[in-house]
Design a protein around this ligand. Structure first.
Ligand SMILES: [Zn+2]
Length: 204
């Protein structure tokens, strides 16, 4: 009898099921502060609040990142870097899975990302991670910030990526567990509005 091999990396469907089960991904009819409507709403911290789920997602992403020769070459003297609060639980999980030696993160103040501490990052090889990449703007800003700090990004990883994201990684490899087709419509153009689906206003 053939014994199926244990699946090392969950499929996109399994990741999606886990996100739905925890409320991190909801389907319905949502109005965003931008005025656009969508049938999907993500709140990734709802999945990451459970240690077992966070571990499944982070270990899976770490296995994708491990495929990158530059990642393997940089470890263990390597920093896992997150843009802001949402990426921090990903950074801690990826650090543990890859046995990297440090983590640091940026914070957004006055409209841009900064490293708040007096951090000497010169020469450090980094893996940039986040929970979800929507437009790609945050990743693009972080790549600039890390470069300005004198560090080098060897790979980028996110748990979820919107297919519409625009990211110029400059050739840096980028891995995600789930690529999501998201459609944002203006109210006059929204299929859910036309079908009279009750709408929920969301704040982010
Ligand atoms: Zn609508």
């Amino acid at each position: 009898m053939l014994v199926p091999k244990p699946q090392l990396i969950p499929s996109a469907d399994q990741v999606e099921a886990l996100l739905k089960q925890t409320g991190a991904l909801r389907e319905g009819h949502f109005e965003f502060p931008t005025g656009f409507h969508s049938s999907h709403y993500f709140q990734m911290p709802l999945a990451m609040r459970y240690h077992d789920n966070a571990r499944v997602l982070n270990v899976a992403l770490s296995r994708l990142l491990r495929r990158e020769p530059d990642v393997l070459a940089a470890l263990p003297n390597c920093a896992i870097v997150a843009p802001a609060a949402g990426g921090i639980p990903v950074a801690f999980g990826i650090r543990a899975a890859l046995n990297a030696d440090q983590i640091f993160w940026a914070e957004k103040t006055e409209g841009r990302y900064h490293f708040r501490q007096y951090l000497d990052a010169r020469g450090i090889k980094c893996i940039l991670v986040d929970d979800i990449v929507r437009s790609g703007r945050v990743i693009t800003e972080m790549l600039t910030l890390i470069k300005e700090a004198g560090a080098e990004v060897v790979a980028i990883g996110s748990l979820v990526q919107f297919k519409d994201a625009h990211i110029d990684t400059g050739g840096i490899p980028y891995y995600s567990l789930l690529n999501v087709e998201t459609q944002f419509s203006s109210p006059g153009d929204c299929p859910s509005c036309k079908a009279n689906v009750p709408i929920e206003k969301v704040w982010y």
